[in-house]
Design a protein around this ligand. Structure first.
Ligand code: PSU
Length: 304
């Protein structure tokens, strides 16, 4: 019995020939950004990966299959699927979605699982999930963290989303034994901002170093992946001091409206988009593209 994987011809050929492939998630399309910017972002990010010499593999669940590499038509359908119709898939519900033939968008956790099944070692996204603020009473901690601890995929993100409790998120990753690598700076980035005031546990300055570290983990038999925290380009960032009050306002509203569980992140991203009059979305798109660029370089380094 093998996993129900359906590859696009382009991805299948690249994997068979040992060429570099970068996985991409789909929750960012269905739950992370509004239409039509989500579709534009999904297309642009694939193009950036191609321009940098690798093959993009956007992952989603449709018709009882894990699709690895989507046609433009499938991307469009997904981008127009209302967020309450597509399941937001993590480790817990991936199999249920497949077995019941439903449509599902993969989060960081589920994309890591699918990428690993497909033989893809690197994945680009915007920001990982993590420990939500108030987790000491809500216990809301993203399954993305556990996945990083057990599935051998290198995830390139602009850190964890700044709506989270970042110090607690980094503490949990440390406890789980996940290497958190800041790219090209000593400080951890904070999604829309380059700086967070938190010193990174590890720093690397090249794709080759990151690929070598992943290979060494495999040689040591250490399970789990690595998180590469890649700062947003300076011209696209929203400064930490500027975004902090916006995040606080959105958080207060989500509390007042008792938003919980899987709805929290999409609600906050949407409110921050409205309050910043679209600036947060423009930044979010730029950071994803920047992560895709680095992920392509890492994928190439991994094939050398
Ligand atoms: N990156 C973005 N926007 C997103 C996400 C990542 O720029 O919406 C998605 C990822 O799929 C990630 C999820 O796994 O948000 C985290 O959701 P939660 O906090 O509910 O675990």
């Amino acid at each position: 019995m093998t996993a129900p994987l359906t590859f696009s011809p382009e991805v299948e050929a690249a994997l068979a020939a040992g060429r570099p492939v970068v996985a991409l998630e789909s929750t960012i399309i269905t739950h992370g950004m509004p239409y039509p910017q989500n579709l534009e972002m999904a297309r642009q990010v694939e193009q950036v990966i191609r321009d940098n010499g690798a093959v993009p593999a956007t992952i989603a669940v449709m018709g009882g299959q894990i699709h690895v590499g989507l046609t433009d038509q499938a991307l469009e359908i997904l981008a127009q699927t209302p967020s309450d119709e597509a399941m937001k898939l993590s480790r817990a519900d991936l199999a249920v979605c497949l077995a019941n033939g439903r449509t599902g968008a993969t989060t960081v956790a589920a994309t890591m699982i699918c990428a690993h099944l497909a033989g893809i070692r690197v994945f680009a996204t915007g920001g990982i999930g993590g420990v939500h603020r108030g987790a000491e009473s809500s216990f809301d901690i993203s399954a993305d963290l556990q996945e990083l601890a057990q599935t051998p995929v290198t995830v390139v993100a602009a850190g964890a989303k700044a709506i989270l409790d970042l110090p607690k998120t980094w503490e949990v990753l440390e406890t789980l034994g996940v290497p958190v690598i800041a790219y090209g700076q000593d400080e951890l980035p904070a999604f829309w901002s380059r700086s967070s005031g938190i010193k990174a546990p590890l720093r690397m300055d090249s794709a080759d170093q990151i690929a070598a570290a992943a290979a060494m983990r495999a040689r040591l038999g250490l399970k789990g992946g690595q998180l590469v925290a890649n700062p947003i380009p300076p011209e696209a960032e929203i400064a930490h001091e500027e975004i902090t009050p916006v995040i606080e306002q959105a958080l207060a509203e989500s509390e007042a409206r008792q938003i919980a569980a899987k709805q929290v992140t999409p609600f906050l991203l949407q409110r921050i988009f409205e309050i910043t009059e679209g600036r947060s979305l423009a930044s979010n798109i730029e950071l994803v593209l920047n992560n895709a660029r680095l992920a392509a370089q890492i994928a190439i380094a991994m094939t050398r």
